[in-house]
Write a protein that binds this ligand. Structure first.
Ligand SMILES: [Zn+2]
Length: 455
């Protein structure tokens, strides 16, 4: 018997403020099967951590091999070892909702494969995310530029402008030059290119995103134009092989420009903090959100969204949101990394910092079936967390329901100005975009998001 609170959370729309939802064309071309729907997501990394070989995991999520029994049995010993993890919890929620599977066995998976309707059909992404996941919209980081033309004329798939390469101090010059039709041979030209990217992209973007923590420390310090110009020259000549000092110098300089452009165009700047996807390369100290304090302080008009609750350095992040007027936190990915930690984090946050600076959900997934599982997982653990607040006499059920509504939709709508953003995207056409001189913001993606080569 569900409580009113659990019922409200189950039945209400939920905003996803961070996903990497694969483009329609590449999703359909991937011809997903039951095992890709269930396992082609973060759970792979727990399986690898438990001892599964990369070759077994690659086979597990390869739908071109229709022997689902063998593919599953090969990793079953490792699946047994991760049953209690958050990633496995989300897999089971997906299995139950999409395939009516209570326990994963080879027999059940074979039966589900025979009966599955989710084979990569047209608009299947939308059916899964909106119809089954109950999501209001998804905010997608494609890990790249330009924007896909499919974002025009609809308001469910919203997009971040990705500036990872700039912040990493390794701008993708070929991409910048081909997208903008200019040569970038000086620091001034690079600054101009950043300005142009924002001018043509900002009316359609919901935010700006960088995950440079995967390529460098988050520690930031200011650099003069002279120093940045010297680093630019070296990087332009030898690319990524240049010294770390040069990449940090140019990356920090670019971050200053990006932060200023975010303030000018009123776009939040989303920055990956904390835990790494995949396995065997995580420099923990580099990932602390506190490394960003100088950047945050130097850009008081820029709204920063620090992502993934900086797991495991989460209390430091609460302190940043409590202290800095321009810092918000996104719990994207946090429920699946560790649902107990995420629930505790939410309670510690609520008793420390303003509620309007917290976003509670992003599945952070390529495949819509995974986002469905992660959204169910968020609803489950978010509900349990608020129920604990009620049990401890810290709020009433009515207050908890109001808070749930606030976090699930009201706050993201307010912070990301979603009524206007959605309206602008819905009404945009290729003609209106060309008339505004913004057509270079869009281009057919040459490869899928999962093959972008970026974490
Ligand atoms: Zn992500």
């Amino acid at each position: 018997m569900l409580t009113d609170l659990a019922n409200f959370i189950d039945c209400s729309p939920l905003c996803s403020t961070h996903e990497h939802t694969e483009y329609e064309h590449y999703y359909r071309a991937s011809k997903p099967d039951v095992l890709t729907h269930l396992f082609d997501n973060y759970v792979i990394h727990d399986l690898q951590s438990a001892g599964a070989k990369e070759s077994q995991l690659a086979a597990l999520i390869d739908p071109s091999n229709d022997d689902v029994e063998h593919r599953f049995r090969s990793i079953q010993p490792y699946w047994d070892k991760i049953q209690q993890t958050g990633y496995a919890d989300a897999v089971m929620l997906t299995a139950k909702r999409l395939f009516e599977i209570d326990e994963l066995t080879a027999e059940r998976i074979m039966a589900a494969q025979r009966a599955s309707h989710f084979t990569g059909k047209e608009d299947e992404r939308l059916t899964l995310l909106k119809g089954i996941g109950g999501l209001d919209h998804v905010q997608i980081d494609t890990n790249s530029r330009p924007f896909p033309p499919e974002m025009i004329g609809q308001d469910f798939f919203l997009y971040d402008l990705n500036m990872f390469d700039f912040a990493a101090g390794n701008p993708d010059f070929d991409l910048i030059e081909s997208q903008l039709g200019v040569e970038v041979t000086s620091l001034e030209a690079l600054e101009s290119a950043i300005g142009t990217l924002f001018t043509i992209s900002a009316p359609y973007a919901v935010a700006v995103k960088t995950q440079h923590a995967y390529a460098r420390t988050l520690k930031w310090s200011p650099h003069s134009n002279e120093d940045a110009a010297r680093s630019f020259e070296k990087i332009r000549q030898v690319g990524a092989k240049t010294s770390e000092a040069d990449r940090l110098c140019l990356g920090d300089w670019c971050l200053s420009r990006i932060a200023a452009m975010c303030a000018l165009h009123n776009l939040p700047l989303k920055i990956h903090t904390g835990y790494f996807a995949k396995n065997n390369f995580m420099p923990s100290e580099n990932l602390r959100a506190g490394n960003l304090d100088a950047l945050i302080k130097a850009n008081p008009s820029t709204r920063f969204v620090l992502m993934h609750i900086a797991y495991p350095h989460s209390d430091e992040l609460i302190a940043l949101a409590k202290h800095y007027t321009n810092v918000s936190i996104d719990m994207c990915w946090a429920w699946s990394i560790n649902p107990l930690h995420a629930g505790d984090f939410l309670r510690r946050y609520l008793h420390a910092a303003p509620k309007n600076k917290l976003f509670i959900f992003g599945g952070d997934a390529h495949l819509p079936a995974a986002s469905v599982g992660y959204s169910l997982q968020c609803r489950k653990w978010f509900g349990r967390t608020l129920q604990k607040e009620i049990s401890d006499d810290l709020m009433t059920e009515d207050q908890a329901i109001a808070l749930a509504r606030f976090f699930m939709t009201e706050n993201p709508f307010d912070y990301y100005d979603l009524l206007n953003k959605k309206s602008a995207l819905r009404s945009a056409t290729m003609e209106s975009i060309a008339a505004s001189g913004h057509e270079r913001a869009f281009g057919a993606p040459p490869k899928g998001i999962r093959d972008s080569g970026k974490a």
